[in-house]
Design a protein. Structure first.
Length: 115
């Protein structure tokens, strides 16, 4: 059974950058695409980005296009989300999800963008 653990969140000023990591263990990590979602207080969880199992295909929500970049290193069983030009509205808990028949979610990592 694959487990996912996110890391890299924290407090950053507007305009700053963070890189989130999603580390997989316990299974065939490279067989599945990985999606990033986020959930802000009082709001529904929303799609942010996705990267295909080989890393060659990526998709992004319109509100992060040009600012966020998803990538993966299957040798390290890790997916990344590089977030640049962060805005206060990017404040949320960020989750990674393995798009398997039974989706696997990480526990989330908090990102706070504030001056």
């Amino acid at each position: 059974q694959v487990q996912l653990v996110e890391s890299g969140g924290g407090l950053v000023q507007p305009g700053g950058s963070l890189r989130l990591s999603c580390a997989g263990s316990g299974g065939t990590f490279d067989r599945y695409s990985i999606h990033w979602f986020r959930q802000a207080p009082g709001k529904e969880r929303e799609f942010v980005a996705a990267v295909s199992r080989g890393g060659g295909t990526k998709s992004y929500a319109d509100f992060v296009k040009g600012r966020f970049t998803a990538s993966r290193d299957n040798a390290k069983n890790t997916v990344y989300l590089q977030m640049n030009s962060l805005k206060p509205e990017d404040t949320a808990v960020y989750y990674c999800m393995m798009s398997a028949t039974n989706p696997v979610w990480g526990q989330g990592t908090q990102v706070t963008v504030s001056s």
